[in-house]
Ligand binder design. Structure first.
Ligand code: ANZ
Ligand code: ZN
Length: 976
C-alpha cells in the first residue's frame, strides 16, 4: 500500500535528468510540508509580448541544432548513450524502416514510413531505451544502371548524388536517424560482406549453379525472377515481352529451410499482421496429397510407361476425364521431335499466360484410370482417357502433370469446356443431396458447374460410396499404394532463389571458373571483388553485360592451381543485399567481418510497405536463419533450438493515395492547374465551370496526383506534415492525402502555441518553481478546483492512452494525434488555476507531442522553462523522460467521482434538456475509451427522469438511432 497517496509533480531530476550527460544544479528544495513556494532568488522575467508561431522558422532552428548535436555525438565516445543516469545498462531497442532505393527524390510513401519510425524512435529514447534507428541505401539495381546509360554517367556517381539529395530531404522532415551508421549496398565496404555471405552459403552447399529455364528480358538483356514478370508475360521494368531461355544460373537453396520458414511463422503471430503471415504461408505453399501413376497407352514407341500426377484430391479420382501435361514434360518433348503440329503449338503456348486454357490433344496417347486395377467392373473406369498438353500445367510443380477432374476443379472445368465438349462427371456431392445408392447424373458441361468443396462420394465410386472426401482420399491412396500405383506425398510451391543477374550494377559473384578446378571461391583476403570501371562506349548506350566484355577484369588466375581462369561475370540480385543489411547496421564499420557475433541481434520493430510482404521478408528470414547457425552469431544462439527470426514486430504501412481530378464526361485526368480550387469544397474545372470527379488513387505522373513532400514541408513545416500523415489514417490503411485538411493540424498547433505562451506568462508571473516532488498531499485532492481536477485527470488519461498506443498498438498511431488535440482543447477551455497543475499538465502534453512534432515541442519547452531555471541552461525536451501518470488509480477514481458532469442533450438537432450525471469512475482503457465513455453517458442519461421522458416516451429509444457524444460528454446529440 502506498504510504502517502500524493500528486507527484515530476521533479527536475525526473523531468530533466535522463541523459546523464550533464548534471543540473537544482534550485534548493523546499521543506516537505510546503506545497510550493516562490523562489526569491530566482530572477523572474515576464515575457511581455507573446511571439507569433512560425513553424518553418522553428524547423530551421531545431534541425540545425540537431545536426550539430549529431555531429558532436559521433565525435564523442558512444559510452554515455548506453547508460542510464544511474550508470545501468539501458535496454536496447532496434527500430528500422525499410531502406529506400536512392532514386533521388523522396515521395509521400517515404514520408509516411519514416515519420512512423521516427515517432517510435523518439518515443523509445524518451522512455529510456538505447535506441538504434539507422538509415541506409538499397543502392544497387537496374534503375541506376538504366538512368546512367540514358545520361551517359557512371551509376556510382549518379547514385551518390541521389543519396545526398535524399538525405537532405530526410533531414527536412526532422527525422532522427543514426547517420553515423549509414551504409550503401553499392560500396565495396558493404558488398565485400555480401560476397562473404555468398561464400558462406557456397561452402555449405547452399549456393549452387544449375541450368534453368529462365525469363529473359530482351530489352534489359537480363534474367528476371518470376515475380518480375507480370501475369501477361511482360517485364515489370522494361515492359518487354519476356522470353524463355535455358541458361546456367546461380541459386540459393532456400528450400532447405522451408520447414523452418513455415513453422516459425507461428512464433510471429503476435508481432506480424495476420495478412502478411498468410501471404508467407501461401508463398511457401505446403500441400499434402498423393502422387498417382496413370498407365500410359501409346501407339508410338516411347520409353515411358506411366504418367505421374500430383493431386490434393485423390477422392476425385473416379471423376478423372483426361490427363494434361506441361509444355516441357518428357513425353511432350519426345513427341515434339516427330510432330510438327505440336511444335507449332508449343511455340505459341510458351508466350501465353499461365492461366490460358488452350490445349493440344496428343494423338496416339491415352491413359487408363489406375483404379481400374481395383474396381474392374466399374464402367467409368474402363474408358481410355485423352492426354493433353496445356500451358496451365506448370512444369516445375508436382509432377508437371495434372489429372483433369472437370466436375470438381474450376481450372479443369474451364479447360475441358474449351477443349472437349462432353459431360462432366460429378463424383462428390454434399451429403444431403446424396440419398443412398443414387447416381449423380452426368451433366452436359455447358450446363454444369464444378463442385469444388469436399463432400461425400456418390454411388459411382464403388466401394468408396458414401465416404467423406478426406476418408475416401486416404483409402483410395492406400489401396492404390498396395498395387504400386500411388503414394502419399507433400508438395511445396517454394522454389530455390535464382540470384544471378547478367548486369553491371550489383555485387559481383565471388567465384573464379578454372578449366581444371571448376568453380573456385575467391579467397577471403581477396574480397571484395570490385566492379570494373565502366568503359566509355558502354556508357554511350552499349548493351549487354560489361563484366563480360571487360577482359582485363574477367581474365584472372585460379586461386587453387594458379592457371588461367575467368571470373564469374554475374552479379547478385539486390534482394541479396537487403536480406542481411539490417545486421550490418549493428556493426557498420567492421572491416573484418559482416558484423561481430557479440552485436548480432534481431530488429525489434521493422516498418515498411506491404509490397515487401512476401519476397524481401522471406529472403531476409532465410538468410537470418542461416547466419544464426554460423559463427557470425554467438554460441548461445547457434546452439539454441528456439526460432531465429530477424524482425520481431512488423509494422506494414498502407499506401499514400493522391487526390485525383477527372473530367466527368471523358474521364480524362486533370492537372491541378486546370482546376479552380479557390473554394476547396467546391472545385470547378477552369473554363467550363463543370464540377470534376474527385477520387483518391495511387500517385502517378499520368494522373497528375503526385505530391512532392519537399514542397509540402516548405509550406507547412515538418511538424504539421508529420502530424497530418499520422492523423489521416491508421498505419496499415491507405492514406488519402488531402492537403487542404492540413489546416486542421495548423490550427491545433496555433492553439497549443497560445496555451504555452499564456501559461508561460502566468508561470513567470507567479514565479513558480518546479523542484518540489511532494507538492500535493492526498489531503489536497478534495481542495482542487474543478478545472485543476479536470486538467489533471485528462492529462493522466492521455498519458496512459498515448503510451499504451505506441507501445502495444502502433497500428493506431492516428489516435495519438486525436488524444493530444483533445488534451490541448481541455487545457484551453478550462485552464488549470494552480500554477503547478498548469506546469504539470502542459509539460506532459509537450512531451507527449515531442515524438510527432519535434521542432514545435522543443520550442514550446524552451519557452515554458525560459523563466524558471535562470542559472542553468535549459535541457531540451528530448533530454527529458517520458511523462509518468501523475495519479494513482485510486486518486484518479476519487477525482473522477468528484462532483457531477453536466450533459446537454439534443434530439434531432433541438436542445431538449440538461442533466447532471455522476462522473465516470476509474480511467477508461485507451482502446475502448471512446465507446466505453459513450455507453456510460447514455446509460446514466436513460436513468434520469428527463432521459426516460424524452428518449423512451416521446421517442422510441429502441428504434434505429444515431448517438453522437461531443465535447467529452458535455453534449449528446441523438438523431432518431
Ligand atoms: C485433381 C484435382 C481435383 C485437383 C480437384 C484439385 C481439385 P495445390 O493445392 O496448390 O498444391 N496440380 C498439380 N500439379 C500441377 C501442375 N504442375 N500445374 C498446375 N496444377 C497442378 O494444388 C494442387 C492441385 O493443383 C492438384 O490437385 C492438381 O489438381 C493441380 F477437385 O488434382 B488437383
Ligand atoms: Zn585451377
Amino acid at each position: 500500500m502506498q504510504a502517502l497517496p500524493r500528486l507527484r509533480l515530476s521533479p527536475p531530476r525526473a523531468v530533466f535528468g535522463c541523459r546523464a550527460a550533464r548534471t543540473y544544479q537544482l534550485p534548493p528544495r523546499s521543506p516537505p510540508n510546503h506545497t510550493h513556494r516562490a523562489l526569491a532568488t530566482n530572477t523572474i522575467t515576464a515575457n511581455s509580448q507573446p511571439r507569433k508561431l512560425d513553424l518553418i522558422a522553428l524547423d530551421k532552428k531545431w534541425q540545425t541544432k540537431w545536426q550539430e548535436e549529431g555531429a558532436n555525438r559521433t565525435a564523442a565516445s558512444g559510452k554515455e548513450q548506453g547508460q542510464t543516469a544511474a550508470g545501468e545498462e539501458k535496454r536496447k531497442y532496434y527500430i528500422l524502416s525499410m531502406f529506400p532505393y536512392p532514386s533521388g527524390t523522396l515521395h509521400m510513401g517515404h514520408v509516411r514510413v519514416y515519420t512512423i519510425s521516427d515517432v517510435l524512435a523518439r518515443f523509445y529514447r524518451m522512455r529510456g531505451y538505447e535506441v538504434l534507428h539507422p538509415m541506409g541505401w538499397d543502392a544497387f539495381g537496374l534503375p541506376a544502371e538504366n538512368a546512367a546509360i540514358e545520361r551517359g554517367v557512371d551509376p556510382a556517381g549518379w547514385t551518390t548524388d541521389n543519396i545526398k539529395r535524399m538525405k537532405e530531404q530526410l533531414r527536412s522532415i526532422s527525422t532522427s536517424f543514426d547517420w553515423d551508421r549509414e551504409l550503401a549496398t553499392c560500396t565495396p565496404e558493404f558488398y565485400k560482406h555480401t560476397q562473404r555471405v555468398f561464400l558462406m552459403l557456397y561452402e555449405k552447399g547452399l549456393a549452387y549453379q544449375a541450368k534453368a529455364m529462365v525469363n529473359y528480358d530482351p530489352i534489359d538483356q537480363t534474367v528476371l525472377a518470376n515475380e518480375q514478370v507480370d501475369a501477361n508475360g511482360f517485364s515489370w521494368r522494361s515492359g518487354a515481352k519476356v522470353e524463355k531461355k535455358l541458361l546456367k544460373q546461380w541459386f540459393f537453396r532456400i528450400t532447405a529451410f522451408k520447414e523452418q520458414l513455415l513453422q516459425d511463422l507461428d512464433s510471429l503471430s503476435g508481432g506480424w499482421p495476420q495478412r502478411v503471415l498468410s501471404m508467407q504461408r501461401n508463398w511457401l505453399g505446403k500441400s499434402y496429397g498423393a502422387k498417382i501413376k496413370f498407365p500410359l497407352v501409346a501407339e508410338s514407341n516411347i520409353d515411358i510407361n506411366d504418367i505421374n500426377v500430383f493431386t490434393t484430391r485423390p477422392d476425385t479420382l473416379y471423376g478423372v476425364q483426361y490427363v494434361a501435361l506441361s509444355l516441357d514434360h518428357p513425353i511432350v518433348l519426345e513427341t515434339a521431335k516427330e510432330n510438327e503440329g505440336l511444335r507449332t503449338f508449343l511455340t505459341a503456348a510458351a508466350l501465353l499466360p499461365p492461366d490460358s486454357k488452350v490445349g493440344y490433344k496428343l494423338p496416339g496417347f491415352s491413359v487408363i484410370n489406375p483404379l481400374h486395377g481395383i474396381d474392374k467392373e466399374n464402367p467409368y473406369l474402363s474408358r481410355r482417357l485423352p492426354v493433353y498438353v496445356a500451358p496451365y500445367v506448370l512444369s516445375d510443380y508436382g509432377e508437371g502433370a495434372v489429372m483433369g477432374v472437370p466436375g470438381h476443379d474450376s481450372r479443369d472445368f474451364a479447360f475441358f469446356k474449351e477443349n472437349a465438349n462432353p459431360h462432366s462427371i460429378p463424383v462428390i456431392l454434399e451429403a444431403e443431396q446424396t440419398p443412398p445408392n443414387q447416381h449423380a447424373a452426368d451433366v452436359p458441361i455447358n450446363e454444369a458447374k464444378p463442385f469444388t468443396q469436399e463432400g461425400y462420394l456418390t454411388a459411382k465410386c464403388g466401394k468408396y460410396h458414401g465416404l467423406h472426401s478426406r476418408e475416401a482420399g486416404k483409402l483410395i491412396t492406400t489401396d492404390l499404394k498396395a498395387t504400386g500405383r500411388a503414394d502419399f506425398v507433400e508438395q511445396w510451391k517454394l522454389r530455390d532463389w535464382l540470384i544471378s543477374r547478367q548486369r553491371y550494377w550489383g555485387a559481383p559473384i565471388p567465384i573464379i571458373h578454372c578449366g581444371d578446378c571448376g568453380p573456385v571461391p575467391v579467397p577471403a583476403d581477396q574480397l571484395p571483388v570490385e566492379l570494373p570501371e565502366l568503359q566509355g562506349d558502354w556508357l554511350k548506350g552499349k548493351r549487354g553485360n560489361p563484366l563480360e566484355s571487360s577482359e582485363e577484369w574477367r581474365d584472372t588466375r585460379c586461386p587453387s592451381c594458379g592457371g588461367k581462369a575467368k571470373r564469374d561475370t554475374d552479379t547478385m540480385d539486390t534482394f541479396v543485399d537487403s536480406s542481411w543489411y539490417y545486421l550490418r547496421f549493428l556493426d557498420a564499420t567492421n572491416k573484418q567481418q559482416p558484423f561481430s557475433p557479440s552485436l548480432a541481434r534481431p530488429v525489434d520493430v521493422y516498418i515498411g510497405g506491404v509490397e515487401h510482404a512476401i519476397l524481401h521478408l522471406l529472403y531476409a528470414r532465410f538468410i537470418y536463419k542461416f547466419l544464426a547457425k554460423s559463427n557470425l552469431f554467438p554460441e548461445i544462439v547457434r546452439s539454441s533450438d528456439s526460432t531465429a527470426e530477424p524482425f520481431k514486430t512488423l509494422l506494414s504501412q498502407g499506401m499514400v493515395h493522391g487526390k485525383t481530378y477527372t473530367e466527368p464526361s471523358t474521364s480524362r485526368f486533370l492537372h491541378p492547374s486546370e482546376v479552380d480550387l479557390s473554394s476547396p469544397d467546391k472545385p470547378l474545372i477552369k473554363g467550363t465551370q463543370i464540377t470534376p470527379n474527385v477520387s483518391f488513387e495511387k500517385m502517378s505522373k499520368s494522373k497528375h496526383n503526385g505530391v512532392d513532400p519537399t514542397t509540402c514541408v516548405n509550406k507547412y513545416g515538418a511538424d504539421a506534415t508529420r502530424a497530418h500523415v499520422l492523423f489521416s489514417a491508421p498505419v496499415s490503411e491507405v492514406l488519402e492525402w488531402d492537403e487542404t485538411k492540413i489546416v486542421g493540424m495548423e490550427r491545433w498547433f496555433a492553439r497549443l502555441w497560445k496555451l504555452v505562451t499564456d501559461t508561460q506568462l502566468s508561470l513567470s508571473a507567479s514565479a513558480y518553481i518546479i523542484d518540489q516532488a511532494d507538492l500535493l498531499p492526498s489531503a489536497s485532492l478534495p481542495s482542487l478546483s474543478d478545472s485543476d481536477a479536470e486538467a489533471i485527470l485528462s492529462t493522466h488519461r492521455t498519458i496512459a492512452s498515448v503510451t499504451n498506443c505506441i507501445e502495444t498498438n502502433p497500428y493506431g498511431l492516428n489516435t495519438v494525434i486525436s488524444d493530444l488535440t483533445k488534451l490541448t482543447n481541455t487545457l484551453l477551455s478550462s485552464p488549470p488555476t494552480t500554477p503547478h497543475i498548469s506546469y504539470l499538465t502542459l509539460s506532459s502534453l509537450l512531451r507527449l507531442l515531442a515524438p510527432t512534432a519535434p521542432s514545435l515541442s522543443s520550442e514550446c519547452w524552451e519557452i515554458l522553462h525560459s523563466s524558471i531555471q535562470k542559472e542553468e541552461s535549459i535541457p531540451t525536451i528530448f533530454d527529458c523522460s517520458w511523462p509518468k501518470s501523475p495519479l494513482t488509480t485510486e486518486q484518479a477514481d476519487v477525482l473522477s467521482a468528484r462532483g457531477g458532469q453536466v450533459v446537454a442533450v439534443q434530439i434531432n438537432g433541438k436542445l431538449r434538456f440538461t442533466v447532471t450525471i455522476p462522473r465516470m469512475l476509474s480511467p477508461t482503457t485507451p482502446e475502448s475509451s471512446a465507446t466505453e465513455q459513450q455507453d456510460y453517458i447514455i446509460t446514466r442519461i436513460l436513468e434520469t427522469e428527463q432521459g426516460r421522458l424524452w428518449l423512451r416516451e416521446k421517442n422510441d429509444w429502441e428504434k434505429k438511432r444515431r448517438v453522437i457524444v461531443v465535447k467529452g460528454g458535455k453534449l449528446v446529440n441523438i438523431v432518431f
